[in-house]
Design a protein around this ligand. Structure first.
Ligand code: PGA
Length: 246
Protein backbone atom coordinates (compact mmCIF):
# COMPACT_ATOMS: atom_id res chain seq x y z
CA UNK A 1 0.00 0.00 0.00
CA UNK A 2 2.72 2.48 0.88
CA UNK A 3 4.69 4.14 -1.86
CA UNK A 4 7.93 4.43 0.03
CA UNK A 5 9.03 2.01 2.73
CA UNK A 6 9.53 4.69 5.33
CA UNK A 7 6.57 6.88 4.46
CA UNK A 8 4.19 7.46 7.34
CA UNK A 9 0.67 6.25 6.67
CA UNK A 10 -2.36 8.29 7.68
CA UNK A 11 -5.74 6.56 7.57
CA UNK A 12 -8.89 8.66 7.79
CA UNK A 13 -11.56 6.51 9.42
CA UNK A 14 -14.73 8.29 8.38
CA UNK A 15 -17.16 5.99 10.23
CA UNK A 16 -20.73 7.14 9.34
CA UNK A 17 -19.51 10.43 7.88
CA UNK A 18 -19.69 12.61 5.84
CA UNK A 19 -23.34 12.82 4.91
CA UNK A 20 -22.85 13.31 1.17
CA UNK A 21 -20.52 12.41 -1.65
CA UNK A 22 -19.53 16.01 -2.39
CA UNK A 23 -18.03 16.44 1.06
CA UNK A 24 -16.33 13.05 0.71
CA UNK A 25 -14.72 14.24 -2.53
CA UNK A 26 -13.71 17.51 -0.89
CA UNK A 27 -12.03 15.67 1.99
CA UNK A 28 -10.03 13.53 -0.42
CA UNK A 29 -8.99 16.61 -2.37
CA UNK A 30 -7.68 18.14 0.85
CA UNK A 31 -5.69 14.95 1.49
CA UNK A 32 -4.22 14.95 -2.01
CA UNK A 33 -3.05 18.52 -1.63
CA UNK A 34 -1.03 17.56 1.48
CA UNK A 35 0.23 14.04 0.75
CA UNK A 36 3.91 13.82 -0.20
CA UNK A 37 6.66 11.26 -0.53
CA UNK A 38 7.04 10.92 3.22
CA UNK A 39 3.34 10.78 4.05
CA UNK A 40 0.69 8.67 2.43
CA UNK A 41 -3.01 9.35 3.14
CA UNK A 42 -5.85 6.89 2.59
CA UNK A 43 -9.52 6.91 3.52
CA UNK A 44 -11.66 4.22 5.15
CA UNK A 45 -14.91 5.30 3.57
CA UNK A 46 -18.54 4.26 4.02
CA UNK A 47 -18.98 1.25 1.72
CA UNK A 48 -21.72 2.97 -0.28
CA UNK A 49 -19.29 5.72 -1.30
CA UNK A 50 -16.44 3.38 -2.23
CA UNK A 51 -17.49 2.60 -5.82
CA UNK A 52 -18.10 6.29 -6.63
CA UNK A 53 -14.83 7.44 -5.11
CA UNK A 54 -12.82 4.74 -6.84
CA UNK A 55 -13.80 6.25 -10.20
CA UNK A 56 -11.79 9.45 -9.65
CA UNK A 57 -9.09 8.39 -7.21
CA UNK A 58 -6.16 5.98 -7.09
CA UNK A 59 -7.23 2.62 -5.63
CA UNK A 60 -4.77 3.06 -2.75
CA UNK A 61 -6.68 6.12 -1.54
CA UNK A 62 -9.91 4.25 -0.78
CA UNK A 63 -10.17 1.42 1.75
CA UNK A 64 -13.04 -0.13 3.71
CA UNK A 65 -13.90 0.19 7.40
CA UNK A 66 -14.88 -3.43 7.77
CA UNK A 67 -15.41 -6.59 5.77
CA UNK A 68 -17.50 -9.71 6.19
CA UNK A 69 -16.18 -12.76 7.99
CA UNK A 70 -18.08 -14.78 5.39
CA UNK A 71 -16.80 -15.52 1.92
CA UNK A 72 -20.28 -15.62 0.37
CA UNK A 73 -23.84 -16.73 1.07
CA UNK A 74 -26.90 -15.66 3.01
CA UNK A 75 -25.57 -12.85 5.19
CA UNK A 76 -27.74 -9.79 4.68
CA UNK A 77 -25.92 -6.47 4.69
CA UNK A 78 -22.41 -7.90 4.50
CA UNK A 79 -19.68 -7.17 1.95
CA UNK A 80 -17.23 -9.93 1.09
CA UNK A 81 -13.51 -9.56 0.53
CA UNK A 82 -13.93 -10.89 -3.02
CA UNK A 83 -16.60 -8.27 -3.81
CA UNK A 84 -14.34 -5.52 -2.49
CA UNK A 85 -11.32 -6.78 -4.38
CA UNK A 86 -13.24 -7.05 -7.63
CA UNK A 87 -14.18 -3.40 -7.27
CA UNK A 88 -10.53 -2.38 -6.84
CA UNK A 89 -10.28 -2.18 -3.04
CA UNK A 90 -6.95 -3.34 -1.63
CA UNK A 91 -7.39 -3.03 2.11
CA UNK A 92 -9.92 -3.05 4.94
CA UNK A 93 -9.80 -2.14 8.59
CA UNK A 94 -10.69 -5.11 10.79
CA UNK A 95 -11.18 -5.43 14.54
CA UNK A 96 -12.03 -1.79 15.16
CA UNK A 97 -13.28 -1.53 18.74
CA UNK A 98 -16.62 -0.17 17.48
CA UNK A 99 -17.17 -3.40 15.54
CA UNK A 100 -15.92 -5.72 18.27
CA UNK A 101 -18.08 -7.52 20.82
CA UNK A 102 -18.70 -5.21 23.79
CA UNK A 103 -21.54 -4.26 26.12
CA UNK A 104 -22.46 -1.55 23.58
CA UNK A 105 -22.26 -3.99 20.67
CA UNK A 106 -23.54 -7.41 21.77
CA UNK A 107 -23.41 -8.78 18.21
CA UNK A 108 -19.91 -7.53 17.54
CA UNK A 109 -16.85 -9.51 16.53
CA UNK A 110 -14.84 -11.77 18.76
CA UNK A 111 -11.14 -12.32 18.03
CA UNK A 112 -11.99 -15.45 16.04
CA UNK A 113 -14.27 -13.43 13.77
CA UNK A 114 -11.55 -10.84 13.21
CA UNK A 115 -9.25 -13.74 12.38
CA UNK A 116 -11.74 -15.04 9.79
CA UNK A 117 -11.89 -11.58 8.22
CA UNK A 118 -8.11 -11.39 7.94
CA UNK A 119 -7.96 -14.86 6.38
CA UNK A 120 -10.62 -13.85 3.85
CA UNK A 121 -8.74 -10.69 2.95
CA UNK A 122 -5.52 -12.64 2.57
CA UNK A 123 -7.12 -15.24 0.37
CA UNK A 124 -7.93 -12.36 -2.00
CA UNK A 125 -4.40 -10.94 -1.74
CA UNK A 126 -5.67 -7.92 0.20
CA UNK A 127 -4.21 -5.94 3.10
CA UNK A 128 -5.68 -5.69 6.60
CA UNK A 129 -5.36 -2.82 9.04
CA UNK A 130 -5.81 -4.74 12.29
CA UNK A 131 -6.96 -2.64 15.25
CA UNK A 132 -5.99 -3.81 18.70
CA UNK A 133 -6.28 -2.06 22.03
CA UNK A 134 -7.03 -2.58 25.67
CA UNK A 135 -10.31 -1.44 27.26
CA UNK A 136 -8.66 -0.11 30.39
CA UNK A 137 -5.15 0.81 31.38
CA UNK A 138 -4.99 1.26 35.13
CA UNK A 139 -4.42 -1.86 37.23
CA UNK A 140 -4.82 -3.99 34.13
CA UNK A 141 -2.40 -6.35 32.40
CA UNK A 142 -2.76 -4.62 29.04
CA UNK A 143 0.33 -6.29 27.62
CA UNK A 144 -1.10 -9.74 28.19
CA UNK A 145 -4.42 -8.58 26.75
CA UNK A 146 -2.77 -7.21 23.59
CA UNK A 147 -0.62 -10.30 23.13
CA UNK A 148 -3.69 -12.54 23.32
CA UNK A 149 -5.58 -10.30 20.90
CA UNK A 150 -2.70 -10.49 18.43
CA UNK A 151 -2.30 -14.26 18.75
CA UNK A 152 -6.01 -14.91 18.32
CA UNK A 153 -6.50 -12.51 15.42
CA UNK A 154 -3.45 -13.81 13.54
CA UNK A 155 -4.14 -17.53 13.99
CA UNK A 156 -3.14 -19.39 10.80
CA UNK A 157 -2.19 -16.12 9.10
CA UNK A 158 0.90 -16.89 7.05
CA UNK A 159 1.57 -13.53 5.41
CA UNK A 160 2.22 -10.91 8.08
CA UNK A 161 3.66 -8.55 5.46
CA UNK A 162 0.16 -7.44 4.43
CA UNK A 163 -0.96 -6.59 7.96
CA UNK A 164 -0.66 -3.09 9.36
CA UNK A 165 -1.49 -2.76 13.05
CA UNK A 166 -3.34 0.15 14.56
CA UNK A 167 -2.88 0.47 18.31
CA UNK A 168 -6.08 2.07 19.50
CA UNK A 169 -6.54 2.05 23.28
CA UNK A 170 -10.31 1.87 23.58
CA UNK A 171 -10.35 4.30 26.53
CA UNK A 172 -8.81 6.95 24.28
CA UNK A 173 -11.17 6.63 21.30
CA UNK A 174 -14.20 8.65 20.30
CA UNK A 175 -16.20 11.37 22.00
CA UNK A 176 -16.49 9.37 25.23
CA UNK A 177 -12.71 9.00 25.51
CA UNK A 178 -11.42 9.09 29.09
CA UNK A 179 -8.39 11.05 27.89
CA UNK A 180 -5.91 10.88 25.00
CA UNK A 181 -3.03 8.45 25.49
CA UNK A 182 0.22 10.12 26.57
CA UNK A 183 3.29 9.96 24.33
CA UNK A 184 4.96 7.71 26.92
CA UNK A 185 2.05 5.27 26.81
CA UNK A 186 2.07 5.27 23.01
CA UNK A 187 5.83 4.69 22.79
CA UNK A 188 5.82 1.97 25.42
CA UNK A 189 2.87 0.08 23.99
CA UNK A 190 3.76 0.29 20.31
CA UNK A 191 7.30 -0.74 21.26
CA UNK A 192 5.82 -3.75 23.02
CA UNK A 193 3.63 -4.68 20.03
CA UNK A 194 6.64 -4.41 17.72
CA UNK A 195 8.68 -6.63 20.03
CA UNK A 196 6.17 -9.43 19.34
CA UNK A 197 6.29 -9.04 15.56
CA UNK A 198 8.84 -9.18 12.71
CA UNK A 199 11.05 -6.09 12.64
CA UNK A 200 9.45 -4.46 9.61
CA UNK A 201 5.89 -4.54 11.06
CA UNK A 202 4.14 -1.17 10.86
CA UNK A 203 2.06 0.11 13.77
CA UNK A 204 -0.19 3.15 13.58
CA UNK A 205 -1.63 4.99 16.57
CA UNK A 206 -5.31 5.93 16.83
CA UNK A 207 -7.48 7.52 19.52
CA UNK A 208 -8.38 11.21 19.89
CA UNK A 209 -5.83 12.35 17.33
CA UNK A 210 -6.67 15.89 16.27
CA UNK A 211 -5.14 18.95 14.66
CA UNK A 212 -3.37 19.85 17.92
CA UNK A 213 -1.65 16.58 18.83
CA UNK A 214 -1.20 14.84 15.45
CA UNK A 215 2.27 16.20 14.74
CA UNK A 216 3.88 15.30 18.03
CA UNK A 217 2.42 11.78 17.91
CA UNK A 218 3.44 11.23 14.30
CA UNK A 219 6.94 12.47 15.10
CA UNK A 220 7.44 9.67 17.64
CA UNK A 221 9.94 7.24 16.15
CA UNK A 222 7.94 4.08 16.87
CA UNK A 223 4.78 5.48 15.29
CA UNK A 224 4.46 4.54 11.62
CA UNK A 225 1.28 6.51 11.06
CA UNK A 226 -2.10 7.54 12.42
CA UNK A 227 -5.66 6.23 12.32
CA UNK A 228 -7.88 9.24 12.71
CA UNK A 229 -11.62 9.20 13.39
CA UNK A 230 -13.56 12.37 14.20
CA UNK A 231 -11.03 14.89 12.94
CA UNK A 232 -10.83 13.21 9.53
CA UNK A 233 -14.34 13.90 8.31
CA UNK A 234 -14.59 17.58 9.19
CA UNK A 235 -13.05 19.49 6.25
CA UNK A 236 -11.77 22.39 8.36
CA UNK A 237 -10.19 20.20 11.04
CA UNK A 238 -8.81 17.86 8.39
CA UNK A 239 -7.19 20.69 6.48
CA UNK A 240 -5.56 22.02 9.67
CA UNK A 241 -4.46 18.59 10.82
CA UNK A 242 -2.82 17.71 7.51
CA UNK A 243 -1.20 21.13 7.23
CA UNK A 244 0.31 20.59 10.71
CA UNK A 245 1.84 17.23 9.85
CA UNK A 246 2.89 17.89 6.24
P1 PGA B 1 -11.20 9.19 17.14
O1 PGA B 1 -11.43 7.72 16.59
O2 PGA B 1 -10.04 9.76 16.38
O3 PGA B 1 -12.47 9.90 16.86
O4 PGA B 1 -10.91 9.05 18.62
C1 PGA B 1 -10.36 6.90 16.21
C2 PGA B 1 -10.90 5.62 15.67
O5 PGA B 1 -11.98 5.20 16.14
O6 PGA B 1 -10.31 5.00 14.79
Amino acid sequence: MQESKNAKLVIANWKVNPENLDTAKRLIKISSSHAHEGMYVTHAVGSLFAGFLLKDNPQENIILQNISMYKEGSHTGEISAAQAKNLGIKMSIVGHSETRLSPKNPHGDEDKDVNAKILNLQSEGMWACLCIGEYERKNFDYKKFLKTQIENCLKDVSDISKIIFAYEPVWAIGKDAERPATNEEIVETIGYIKSLMPQETKVLYGGSVDENNAKEILDLDVVDGLLIGRASSDPEKWEKLLANIS
